[in-house]
Design a protein around this ligand. Structure first.
Ligand SMILES: [Zn+2]
Length: 478
């Protein structure tokens, strides 16, 4: 299998790979698409974040058809092997085909995520022989760093009610649901006092963690929540203590694997250790299958001049003991799909504040609202503040999708069965659904693997077949 540049979709993929286009560096590729639209005489629009929207009129005989929107993101994740001296600011990607017909970029990510979708759109815009309804192609930016381009689109930017998102793979697969999300910061102002008690540090270790969109259903332990529970159990066992600092987790969207809590206490070391070992044994049994490596370490630590007051200590520990966290709802329709979850991903102790960074995800807006409200009601009990940051909408499964039925039929004519997938991650399609709730959306794309790593590769035979299938779907949108 060679990378045949006489095929339009291959030609444009190759053109795209010549122009560096990591997230936040999409201007050159965006301008390329603008020149392309000008040369072809298409109406287009380029916005301040370099999204480009291009309209292609219907082919003869399709003038009365409803328009179809195609959409892909033009940014890629820049990752390279340690020994590669590729410069993502100026070098073209160094494409090659392996013996099994996969396209790669030497030493770097390939950007098939989502250059394959962008190439499909350019090929479709370029080909005058295709049978097409009116088509609007939306090229978005900064998807990989938080769906930023998509978030800046407005409902009136969309010239139709049917949308095919080209940022998913599998050739016979389509996504039918994605989660929305909201970031919440729970902030507790600290009150401190002088300390003369011995200090100890508790370490939560050995947890597996993982992405809170993809893996929250595995019910892995959250180091922050477990640390708070173990401390609460110390109080319940009659041991008094004051927090000095509590830090855990690295990212709000990753299940935290470790937490370090320094506290001071007048209780004998043996009593503290005994309570902690009892809690550890209970948690170990609970996590036997999800997190077999879980362990707790306790060590005497250096003297501390200051400690949090008893009141603040209790408020922090009680809040974290009670706050909703982890898997909340599963789909009663799609097996294995998480509908709603929370992840207390990061806790940080600053000089004057203690902060919990939480990510709430749900395909259903009212779930997100309720979970935010629960965090807020609980915060009001303890005098904490909750700040809700960026929020994006979810895409709840809809049993009825005309586009999905067209895709199903086109695949079945080729002897292939459509596979429906759902994700608890966030997608641009969720944002579109939030803007236009009755938008009919499907996702489609070729077989690829290793996204976001230098092992990223694109199955060229599938790249050809998926292109034909996509064109056939459009031709059948009558
Ligand atoms: Zn992507």
């Amino acid at each position: 299998m060679e990378f045949d540049l006489s095929k339009r979709h291959c030609y444009y993929f190759n053109e795209i790979s010549k122009i560096p286009h990591g997230s936040r560096n999409e201007k050159a590729l965006s301008d390329y698409i603008v020149s392309f639209a000008k040369e072809h005489g298409f109406a287009y629009q380029q916005d301040e974040v370099f999204n480009v929207l291009v309209d292609k009129p219907a082919s003869p005989g399709y003038e009365n058809c409803e328009p179809v929107i195609l959409q892909a993101h033009i940014d890629m994740v820049n990752e390279k092997n340690k020994d590669s001296n590729h410069d993502f600011e100026k070098d073209p990607l160094d494409l090659y085909v392996d013996e099994e017909g996969w396209l790669h970029a030497r030493g770097t990510t390939l950007g098939a995520d989502d250059g394959s979708g962008a190439a499909y759109m350019l090929a479709i815009l370029d080909d005058e022989t295709l049978k097409l309804p009116p088509v609007q192609c939306i090229f978005t930016t900064m998807e990989e760093i938080g769906l930023i381009g998509a978030s800046s689109l407005k409902a009136e930017d969309f010239h139709g009610k049917k949308l095919i998102n080209l940022d998913s793979g599998g050739e016979v697969e389509t996504t039918v649901s994605s989660a929305g999300g909201a970031r919440a910061q729970i902030i507790c102002p600290l009150e401190k006092e002088a300390n003369d008690l011995p200090a100890y540090t508790l370490y939560i270790r050995g947890l597996l963690g993982g992405h809170s969109g993809g893996l929250i259903h595995l019910e892995r332990g959250n180091s922050n929540i477990l640390a708070a529970r173990i401390l609460k159990e110390m109080s319940l066992n009659g041991i008094e203590y004051n927090l000095v600092r509590f830090n855990g987790g690295l990212k709000y969207n990753a299940i935290p694997r470790e937490a370090d809590v320094t506290f001071v206490s007048a209780a004998p070391y043996e009593a503290i250790e005994c309570s902690i070992r009892k809690s550890e044994a209970a948690v170990k049994e609970e996590l036997e299958f999800s997190d077999p490596g879980f362990r707790v370490e306790l060590a005497k630590s250096a003297d501390e001049e200051c400690r949090m007051t008893k009141k603040v200590t209790d408020h922090i520990i009680d809040y974290m003991y009670l706050m909703p966290n982890g898997l909340m709802h599963r789909s009663m329709k799609l097996e294995g799909l998480t509908v709603s979850s929370l992840n207390a991903g990061v806790v940080i102790t600053e000089d004057e504040r203690f902060i919990i960074e939480d990510l709430i995800r749900s395909a259903i807006t009212s779930h997100t609202d309720t979970l935010i409200c629960q965090l807020e009601v609980l915060a009001s009990v303890y005098g904490f503040e909750v700040v809700i940051g960026e929020r994006y909408s979810g895409w709840n499964f809809s049993a009825d999708s005309g586009l999905r039925e067209v895709l199903r039929k086109v695949l079945s004519n080729r002897g292939k069965e459509l596979v429906e997938r759902a994700t608890h991650g966030g997608l641009e399609t969720g944002i579109f659904k939030g803007l236009i709730p009755d938008m009919d959306i499907i996702t489609y794309g070729p077989i690829a693997s290793g996204e976001h790593t230098p092992d990223e590769k694109l199955d060229l035979a599938s790249f050809d077949r998926s292109y034909e299938i996509l064109c056939e779907v459009l031709a059948n949108c009558k």
